[in-house]
Design a protein around this ligand. Sequence first.
Ligand SMILES: NC(=O)c1ccc[n+]([C@@H]2O[C@H](COP(=O)([O-])OP(=O)(O)OC[C@H]3O[C@@H](n4cnc5c(N)ncnc54)[C@H](OP(=O)(O)O)[C@@H]3O)[C@@H](O)[C@H]2O)c1
Length: 259
Amino acid sequence: MKGLAGKRVLITGASSGIGAGMARVLAGYGCKLVLHYCHNQSGIENTLADVEAFGAEADVFRCDFTRLDTLEAFFEQAWDRFDGLDALVNNAGIVSKVTALKDPKGEQFNQTLAVNLQAPYQLSCCFAQKCIAAKQPGRIVNNSSIHGQQTCEWFSAYAASKAALDAVSKVQAVEWGQYGINVNVLAPGVVPVERTDRILSQEEMKQKWTGAMPVGRYGTTQEMGEATAYLLSDLTSWMSGSVLTLDGGLIARGNYPQR
Ligand SMILES: NC(=O)c1ccc[n+]([C@@H]2O[C@H](COP(=O)([O-])OP(=O)(O)OC[C@H]3O[C@@H](n4cnc5c(N)ncnc54)[C@H](OP(=O)(O)O)[C@@H]3O)[C@@H](O)[C@H]2O)c1
């Protein structure tokens, strides 16, 4: 894809699911990758082996985003690995599902906001400061969710984190446009990953979900990777502060009865 070859990209949460898909696609387009994980060491080893099989240069760093005081040191390592970065993909996230009354003190709420909102906020600030100091442009893609736009029961923490991530991305796009730093959001719908595959592949569940999607099927991690590549490529050099929703039409349809 236009302008991607040789770009140095940090992808957080690349040990499984969408982040691993992004890594494979970006490796195929010739990017150099700094891959992040937290708990899943075998997962990140698989992602690393996959991207190296594409001939991509890549390395791995670990950081627990609930430890917000460690983010700066983590980012320094990532920035230095290839002598700078051209892009940051904030993908790592916790998909917390809990009713508000089961988390009245907001412990899960705060943890979700730390990983899904505060960590990408801080990492984006580190990235922007470095780009500005180096007088170089930069690209940021924040992996949000359709829950940032429309949500349902169980998702107070998750929806709050993603709606706020959408908002922060717009503000950062406004503040950093003058430095040539574009900030955009990817908002996926339902994409089966290792974490959800067993449930989403059950026939009843599959019919329920895909029946609600005009396109009639789940998304794939490959498609999320291709969309990320698009957002990092020269094809979108005039795009900033946008939310790119990929959900097979799920939230466009709304709640009207089936005709
Ligand atoms: N799959 C979907 O349908 C869907 C839909 C909309 C949005 N999303 C978003 O897509 C992103 C990736 O999710 P996924 O579905 O691909 O799930 P996933 O496979 O569970 O990936 C989550 C990633 O986040 C990392 N992570 C979890 N806790 C962390 C922590 N405390 N510190 C740092 N990293 C941590 C995980 O690393 P370790 O496993 O190594 O700890 C993993 O790499 C998330 O932001 C999610 O909200 C997913």
